[in-house]
Every structure is written in structure tokens, then in C-alpha cells.
Ligand binder design. Structure first.
Ligand SMILES: Nc1ncnc2c1ncn2[C@@H]1O[C@H](COP(=O)(O)OP(=O)(O)OP(=O)(O)O)[C@@H](O)[C@H]1O
Length: 586
């Protein structure tokens, strides 16, 4: 199985594509590409790149510097200006100005208790250092999903949360978890080396599980920022790098462990290296994918808590932008009876900040169509999705030979190559990254302005959910973006769902898709208001504003806020409703 959880198309299927006549290098292409504004790029010699070197421990992203606690008293360490610069130097406000979809989406809250969403970080009752770190991140305003999740997590509930791509779900769980743990780390944390160079067993308080290595690195980076000046030490573990590198980091002590399921499972098999007995929070990001059958063994082991975790306060949190009802049914088998659900908008919906074009392109002309598209728009950081590894390499070769600056990524590449591709894609010069679904979920690279579905994801590649995740790599957190998808008869299986999404987001439905429109011309989705009708009829159960009899839970569950903040919070943001849009303080 590929790391993204999807099977790649067989190579022979790709082999049937007629060789493209334009795939040989042509000097005129170089001129055209430079004139259009695409920069030059040099291809690495990957054999040399992957060859063993004297450096047995290259600078893996998972070995990035974390704050080293050296304080004696209190729970806030001294500033480290150099690290601060490294962690927050890009910390200018990242939110864009097109925030309507984050402002005006309706929220649905389900579960046994009411929670008033908070309207700002200042009134969330956060630990002062976490609040300071949020400010260093330049998170000036709280997103709706953050407004809902923070009080629920602070209050210790299990939670399933669904909100659109790029709406800040990572911070929605990291902020309350870190805040809640911060004042108690001294009491709760596992062993630390008695002296430099000594080794201890890792006993994390938080385990975060994600489907891909790149996503693990990204969440690790967010955790490094939010744990700044705290005693909490994040560690990142994933496959593709020597186990010794993971062991080295774990042996320094570990409070938040972020990893991919395979590597986490391997580590859990080494009780002298890793113990799960202190875990208080288990977070499953991209949960609908992680709950698919493909990961069953790993997930059962991780959700089972490993070696004797019987902490009754252990909270399980699941997040995604798409969470089909079937996956939510599996999710609930892992949850406490009083678990809460939050949904911003329809589960699996997207927003209008991404303009979606669907273009008809026959299979044999897709490469030329891709080239033409890239040469028709201003050069920008562009992401091209193919369904298979050979497909990725073929498209990369083609564009490279046409002198465009490309990088590519799929599950068959070495970890060095993957980290290099990521570095170059994030670099100053705009690159075109060609990738499989491995890059479809969660990855947050600023200023990706164009996502191209060279291959649309049919049912066997994740279908419409994957489409939503892929196009969500652009148009993040208030920015605008563009998505173009190539369509032909082979994509008919996704056509009805695709048309529904186009209608829902008020995009143009091209002529060749008109037949797939619902009869009334409106988007049609299954009634998906509650996960559990029986439970929803119980007294005190909340599905929408004003229906619950139970009083709203205070938003100061972390114990750091002043009482005075609570009423202001409730009045500020109002109650979430299935029908009424919630306005956070953007
Ligand atoms: N309150 C905030 N203000 C400004 N930027 C924020 C805020 N919260 C998060 N961000 C930034 O928004 C971007 C998107 O956040 P994140 O990656 O958590 O989105 P997501 O909802 O998990 O998306 P996806 O579903 O694609 O995984 C990140 O760059 C993050 O740093």
C-alpha cells in the first residue's frame, strides 16, 4: 500500500499512453519558458544525491531544533532569540483577506453538552505563554473551528471535528492541548536525561497520528512554535529515515510525539524506547483516511493505548476536512460515550476561495494541455496531481524537457529526495510540484496559487473527498486560489459528485458536465445532519442552538483565564447553530 493509503495505478496502464512527440528537449522551449517568466532549474543527480556519505545523520526535517528547557523555576523558560527567529521569522500575518467563508459558515455542534464558542484567543483562558506563542505566530483572529474546539478540548471531551481545508484545524487542537498541559508538565512529564548525552525512555503525553511524513513534519513545526519556552518537548517520527535518528530524538525526552502509523507501531513494539502509559491526548489528523481499512492494525494498536494506558481522562480527538458518515461511525467506536462533534458547514464541503475550472482533455492530449495551461497563466507555485507514480514521473520528465522548473514527489522516492523536493517547492522561485495523493492532504505550503488535477481522483483514488483535499492545497486561510481539472470520459465515476461541488460553490458547470446535474439544477447531498438519530432525541442532547437544556460549559477549562472572560466569550461569539451562521471575531 502506498503511504497515502491509496493504491497506485499499475505501470502498464500508463505504458499504454502514446509517447508524446514533444518530450525531447527543444531549445525553443527554453526561450519560451524564460520569456514567460518561469525560472531555470537544474536537475539533481539523484544517484549521487542518495549515495552514502560520511555524514551518517543528515539534517532530517524531524531533527529540527526544539526549545531546550533550562529553567529551574516557574513554567516559562527564558527566551532564545536565535530559535525564536527561526521559528517565527515568517510570522507576519499569514491570513488572507477573503475571510467570508471562515466568517459566515454555519456550525453544527452535537453531543451531550453545550459549549459556547470563544470569539478570540485572548478570552480563551489559555496559558499566558501559549497565548504569547499564538501572538508570535501572528494568529490575530480565531477561526470558527478554533473557537469551537478550544473550549471542548480544554474541558477534556473526546471530539470529532470537521472543517474546510486551510481553516486552522492543527492549531485548533494543538493550542488547547499545549495550554492544558503547560502548567502541569512538571508533575505529568516522563523522564528526562540526567545529563547531556544520557538516554531515557520516551513517555509522551500526546500522540498525534497522520498519514504522511510531510504532514508529520509540518505538525511538528507547528508544535515547535506553540511549545516555545515551555517544558514540553515535541518529537517527530516517521519511516524512510534511519530508526537511529528517531531513537536519538526520543531518548532526549518526549512530551508530544507526532508520527506516521507504521513507524509509531514499530516504536510501540520497543517498550524500552517508548511507553504510552502517560498519554493523555491521542489525536488522529486526516481521521477519515486513517480509519480506512488499510490502516486497521496500526490504528487498533495506537488507539488501544499500547502498554497499559488506562487513564480515564485520556481524550481522543479526530480531525478532517472530509468525514463521510461511514467513517464517523467507525470513529465513534473509539470514543467516550460523551464525545462531542463539531462541523463547520457541510461535512466534506469546500469554500468559494478556490475558483474551480474543469477542462475537457482527451487522454492523449493531456500533456500538451498541461503545458499550454502553465504557459497561459503567470508563473506561480503550482501543484499537479497524478494518480500514479509512473504518471508523476512521466509528467515531470515531459515538463522538465520542455524547460519548466519541476520537482516531483511520490511514495517511491527516498526520504532525502522527498525532503529536497519539499525544500525546493517552498523556495523563492516558483516551482511546479508533480505529486500523487501523498501531497493531497493537510500539506500547507503558502502561496500555492494553482492546483491542477492532471488526473482526477476516481473512486479508487479517494473520489470526491480526495478532490476536496487536493484543491484545498490552495486558497488557504483567507487566500484565493485556482484549481483546474482535466476531464474526459474515463472520469465519469466522479462526475456527479464533482458537479454537486461545483454547484454548491457557485462555480461554472461546463457543457460536457451538464448531463450530470441533478434534475432541479441544485446541488444535492444526503441528509447528514446527525450521526446518531436515537441519541440525538435524548434530553439535553445538543444538535443546534438553543435546543439543549444543559448550561453552556465555561470556556475557561484550562484554568488560566479570568472569570470575567467567560460571559464576554459567550456573548461575543453566540451559539453555533445548524441553521444560523456563526460569526467569530475576524
Ligand atoms: N487563527 C489563525 N490566524 C492566521 N493563520 C492561522 C490561524 N490558524 C492557523 N493559521 C494558519 O493557517 C494555515 C492553515 O492551517 P492548517 O494547516 O491547520 O489548516 P487545516 O484546517 O488543518 O487544513 P487541511 O484540512 O488542509 O489539513 C497554516 O499556515 C496555519 O499556520
Amino acid at each position: 500500500m502506498s503511504e497515502s493509503g491509496f493504491q497506485d495505478a499499475p505501470a502498464e496502464e500508463f505504458g499504454q499512453i502514446p509517447a508524446n512527440p514533444a518530450s525531447a528537449p527543444n531549445p525553443e522551449d527554453a526561450l519560451a519558458a524564460r520569456e514567460h517568466g518561469w525560472g531555470e532549474d537544474e536537475k539533481l543527480d539523484y544517484d549521487a544525491f542518495n549515495a552514502p556519505t560520511s555524514d551518517s545523520n543528515p539534517a532530517w526535517a524531524s531533527s529540527a531544533q526544539v526549545y531546550e528547557w533550562s529553567g529551574e523555576e516557574g513554567d516559562v523558560g527564558a527566551p532564545d532569540p536565535e530559535l525564536e527567529e527561526q521559528l517565527f521569522r515568517n510570522g507576519q500575518s499569514k491570513a488572507g483577506t477573503s475571510l467570508d467563508h471562515i466568517l459566515n459558515f454555519s456550525a453544527t455542534l452535537e453531543g451531550p453538552k453545550q459549549f459556547a464558542p470563544i470569539g478570540s484567543f485572548d478570552t480563551a483562558g489559555l496559558h499566558p505563554q501559549v497565548l504569547a506563542n499564538v501572538q508570535l505566530c501572528n494568529y490575530d483572529r480565531i477561526t470558527v473551528i478554533q473557537g469551537y474546539c478550544i473550549p471542548i478540548i480544554l474541558a477534556g471531551h473526546d471530539l470529532v471535528a470537521v472543517a474546510q481545508t486551510g481553516s486552522g484545524k492543527t492549531a485548533a487542537y494543538l493550542i488547547p492541548i499545549i495550554s492544558k498541559l503547560m502548567g502541569k508538565v512538571r508533575k505529568l512529564q516522563g523522564p528526562r536525561p540526567a545529563m547531556k548525552g544520557a538516554r531515557v525512555r520516551a513517555e509522551p503525553l500526546v500522540v498525534i497520528v497522520v498519514p504522511t511524513r510531510e504532514l508529520a513534519q509540518q505538525i511538528f513545526d507547528e508544535a515547535r512554535r506553540l511549545c516555545y519556552r515551555s517544558m514540553l518537548r515535541p518529537v517527530c517520527a516517521y519511516g524512510g529515515i534511519p530508526m537511529s535518528s528517531n531513537l536519538q530524538e526520543l531518548a532526549k525526552g518526549c512530551d508530544l510525539l507526532i508520527g506516521t502509523p507504521g513507524r509509531l507501531q514499530d516504536l510501540m513494539d520497543k517498550p524500552d524506547i517508548l511507553s504510552m502509559k502517560r498519554v493523555k491526548f491521542t489525536v488522529i489528523d486526516e481521521a477519515d483516511e486513517m480509519l480506512q481499512g488499510d490502516w486497521e492494525d496500526e490504528m487498533n494498536k495506537i488507539m488501544g493505548g499500547g502498554d497499559m494506558n488506562e487513564d480515564p481522562d485520556h481524550a481522543y480527538l479526530m480531525f478532517s476536512a472530509t468525514f463521510p458518515k461511514e467513517s464517523r461511525a467507525i470513529a465513534r467506536t473509539y470514543m467516550d460515550a460523551d464525545f462531542m462533534r463539531v462541523r463547520i458547514g457541510r461535512a466534506g464541503s469546500t469554500h468559494k476561495n478556490v475558483t474551480q475550472d474543469v477542462v475537457f482533455a482527451e487522454r492523449h492530449s493531456k500533456k500538451q494541455a498541461l503545458y499550454d495551461l502553465l504557459m497561459a497563466r503567470p508563473p506561480c507555485r503550482t501543484l499537479v496531481f497524478c494518480n500514479s507514480k509512473p504518471g508523476v514521473e512521466e509528467v515531470d520528465d515531459y515538463l522538465y524537457n520542455r524547460q519548466l522548473p519541476t520537482v516531483f514527489m511520490h511514495g517511491g522516492r527516498s526520504q532525502l529526495e522527498r525532503e529536497d523536493a519539499m525544500r525546493r517547492f517552498k523556495g523563492e522561485k516558483p516551482h511546479i510540484l508533480i505529486a500523487t495523493n501523498i501531497f493531497g492532504r493537510g500539506i500547507d505550503v503558502p502561496q500555492v496559487n494553482h492546483v491542477i488535477n492532471y488526473d482526477l481522483p476516481g473512486t479508487e483514488y479517494g473520489g470526491i473527498s480526495e478532490y476536496i483535499h487536493r484543491i484545498g492545497r490552495t486558497g488557504r486561510i483567507g487566500h484565493k486560489g485556482h484549481a483546474t481539472s482535466f476531464y474526459n470520459e474515463r472520469n465519469e465515476d466522479i462526475a456527479p459528485a464533482l458537479v454537486n461541488i461545483l454547484l454548491e460553490t457557485e462555480q461554472e458547470v461546463p457543457d460536457f458536465l451538464q448531463d450530470f446535474k441533478p434534475e432541479n439544477g441544485q446541488a444535492e447531498f444526503e441528509d447528514d445532519v446527525t450521526d446518531n438519530e436515537e441519541e440525538a432525541s435524548e434530553p439535553g442532547y445538543v444538535t443546534a442552538a438553543g435546543e439543549a437544556e444543559a448550561p453552556a460549559e465555561a470556556a475557561t477549562g484550562g484554568g488560566w483565564g479570568t472569570d470575567a472572560s467567560t460571559p464576554a466569550v459567550a456573548a461575543d461569539a453566540g451559539w453555533g447553530a445548524a441553521t444560523e451562521p456563526v460569526t467569530a471575531s475576524w
